[in-house]
Design a protein around this ligand. Structure first.
Ligand code: CP
Length: 321
């Protein structure tokens, strides 16, 4: 694996989950692997979990980390080629990425979509240019369309908490007041479809009409626009808002009746409830669930360390760093 940007970089999903759980059982067990190599984390957008968990993962492997919040601390980047930079941008991604590659053995990048131009976002222009110019292995810290470190932590969490060999996992759309990216949902779907192919889960997606995700990430999933039906006998419910893909970046309704709460939980098989966080309480997900015994959200965030640690370990080993 040269880079980690999607589930397609995972050679064996089951083995990766098992390896992550071994690392979790002994987080310091591979402290010599990092060999004082440097991980650079570049954020074009805010973060709590991704930033801290990936730093922690690197520390557990004996790596050094450097973080730059480009949106606040760095120069404003130009992404377009062949431009005359006489506007607000100060530095081109060609130089910025190449310079970062001089200081770091592995780089992580967070680059959210603009939610204005679907073609631009879904071509992953920023991530791909960063990979092209930095010259070192890259980990996606959430790109315009995918959040693979989150999805890996989600699958680890499902494996840990499953009480059946093939639990039913439901991804449900949730209300929100702001247009959010589809990245977490695309990615979760992509990972669950792969897990379903391996008989690890049964996967269902539910959302209101108009919130269909891109087929490239959902092919193989059962899709049901009736949330109550979809939730029946669920073992895990993954709650997430996303803006429309077809009417790109738009909010199509107030989502009344779609918030997951204890009433809806009764439709499930006493399901565990997941969310990538940050979550808006009482809007996306009921306080009753977040404060109750069915919530896995904190545990899930904790597993971000072991997902990142597994990925970094594989990048170090695979690239002979
Ligand atoms: N779930 C997640 O990626 O959280 P942050 O945006 O805080 O990193």
């Amino acid at each position: 694996m040269k880079h980690f940007t999607s589930v397609n970089d995972v050679t064996d999903l089951k083995k990766w989950v098992d390896e992550a759980l071994k690392i979790k059982a002994d987080p310091q067990g591979f402290v010599d692997i990092g060999g004082q190599k440097t991980l650079g984390l570049v954020f074009l957008n805010p973060s709590l979990r991704t930033r801290m968990s990936t730093q922690k993962a690197a520390m557990n492997l004996g790596m050094n980390t450097m973080v730059i919040n480009m949106d606040k601390e760095g120069w404003r980047l130009e992404m377009n080629d062949n431009v005359i930079m006489d506007g607000y941008s100060v530095e081109h991604i060609k130089e910025a990425a190449a310079v970062l590659g001089q200081y770091c053995d592995i780089l992580g990048l967070r680059c959210f979509p603009n939610l204005k131009d679907r073609h631009e976002d879904y071509s992953e222009e920023v991530l791909n240019k960063f990979i092209k110019y930095c010259g070192v292995p890259v980990v996606s810290l959430e790109s315009a369309t995918l959040h693979p470190l989150q999805s890996f932590a989600d699958l680890i969490t499902i494996k840990e908490h499953a009480t059946k060999p093939k639990p039913k996992v439901v991804l449900t759309w949730a209300p929100h007041v702001k247009p959010l990216p589809q990245a977490v949902s695309n990615s979760f779907s992509e990972w669950m479809v792969k897990a379903q192919e391996l008989d690890m889960v049964d996967f269902v997606i539910t959302h209101p009409e108009g919130y269909e995700l891109a087929e490239e990430f959902t092919k193989g999933a059962m899709i049901n626009t009736n949330q109550d039906e979809a939730l029946k006998n669920a073992d895990f419910v993954y709650v997430k808002n996303w803006s429309s893909y077809n009417k790109y970046g738009e909010i199509l309704s107030d989502g009344k009746g779609w918030m997951m709460d204890n009433e809806k939980l009764k439709l499930t098989d006493n399901a565990k409830v997941m969310h990538c966080l940050p979550v808006r309480r009482g809007l996306e997900l009921g306080n009753d669930i977040l404060d109750g015994n069915n919530s896995l959200v904190i545990h899930e965030a904790g597993n971000r360390v072991f997902a990142a640690q597994t990925v970094l370990k594989k990048l170090i080993e695979g690239n002979k760093l």
